[in-house]
Ligand binder design. Structure first.
Ligand SMILES: [Zn+2]
Length: 357
């Protein structure tokens, strides 16, 4: 991803903490051969009043209790391990720890665990927690775009809600379904057309991989410097080489899951390149650039590069900046064909004089 969200947006994680504590209370009761504590006693004391009328939660905690009581101690402990490990989000994405997926847990508890934490996730909306988290993330960024692609705009708080993605999918990591640390605002396309229920922790063959931590991630930059200025999808479109810095293993996972390189090339670079070149030509002519001066052409490329760098993610400025930087560098290295093309764009060859007899 291109940049991270502020960790402070995850601090109001009380519902997840509350349900996790209730699950631990249930396990302690079963282990100690005690009766189910009942509703709302099964909840930690500070949350009983606010959640007392949430009968859906009451029923799902009870169903989880019923399921757990059918299990042996070792099986019950496996559930507690899953509860603990699935919520070590930072350690999981960095590869420092691992956890099992839902299908490896005792069958009788899979449904009840899943339903309990998914219900808690839905409650985040009813209780206003989801909107508070989004408002903090929105307010923290100067540019309101999806950090997974940088090209989808986020609407302001109060508009129809953006997708809130289960970064570790709840179909596999049910106990993390209501943990704000595992919930990230994401643009519609990233969420519904690319990520879907992809497992960021495991490749299709089941092997482990690492991923970005959405709440602890420094800015990533894009470089097109290694692209060839011609002979991509057609003779006059660059052959793109899209690189990210720093190029860590998490970049591979991000690209595999969100098809970032493919989308940048297919949806932005290829279809927009001609338009960006004509933008260059207009700007150069307006600035009175002498087309026969390589230095003047290079200076104009640099001016556009710096200008788009300043606009950042607005209107794909980061991609335009990378394009003009790549062109500038090739020109500085004396790329004859490119310089010739830019010259003819800025000062098209004069039409031939009419033939006189
Ligand atoms: Zn996106």
């Amino acid at each position: 991803m291109l940049f991270g969200y502020p960790i402070s947006a995850t601090h109001d994680n009380w519902l997840h903490d509350c349900i996790s504590a209730s699950v631990q209370t249930i396990h302690a009761a079963v282990d100690g051969n005690k009766k189910y504590p009942g509703w709302p006693t099964v909840l930690p004391a500070p949350y009983r009043k606010i959640l007392n009328l949430r009968t859906g939660l009451r029923d799902r905690l009870k169903a989880y209790n019923t399921a757990v009581r059918k299990l042996q101690k070792l099986e019950r402990d496996a559930l507690l391990d899953a509860l603990h490990n699935e919520n070590r989000i930072a350690d999981l994405v960095s590869g420092a720890c691992d956890c099992v997926t839902l299908d490896k847990l005792p069958k009788v508890a899979q449904g009840p665990a899943s339903e309990l934490f998914s219900f808690a996730f839905d409650l985040l909306t009813d209780l206003g927690v989801r909107d508070q988290q989004y408002a903090k993330i929105y307010a923290s960024a100067a540019e309101h775009v999806c950090s997974f692609c940088g090209t989808e705009y986020f609407d302001a708080p109060g508009a129809a809600r953006e997708a809130l993605d289960h970064y570790l999918p709840r179909s596999r990591y049910a106990f993390a379904a209501a943990n704000l640390r595992n919930l990230v605002p994401m643009g519609y396309k990233c969420n519904s057309s690319y990520k879907l229920a992809s497992d960021l922790l495991r490749r299709d063959d089941g092997t482990r991989r690492v991923a970005f931590d959405p709440y602890n991630h420094a800015k990533l930059s894009i470089s097109l410097d290694a692209s060839e200025p011609f002979d991509g999808v057609d003779a006059h479109t660059p052959k793109w080489e899209i690189r990210f810095d720093p190029d860590t293993p998490a970049v591979t996972t991000w690209d595999d899951v969100f098809s970032v390189r493919l989308r940048y090339q297919r949806d932005h670079l290829d279809p927009s390149f001609r338009g960006w070149l004509s933008l260059f030509a207009k700007a150069a002519r307006r600035a009175g650039v002498q087309a026969n001066s390589d230095a003047a052409l290079i200076a104009e490329l640099r001016r556009l590069e710096e200008g788009f760098n300043d606009t950042g993610f607005q209107d794909r400025g980061f991609l335009k900046a990378a394009v003009f930087r790549m062109l500038r560098r090739h020109c500085e290295n004396g790329h004859k064909r490119l310089l010739e093309q830019l010259r003819s764009l800025v000062a098209p060859p004069a039409p031939l004089p009419p033939i006189t007899v």
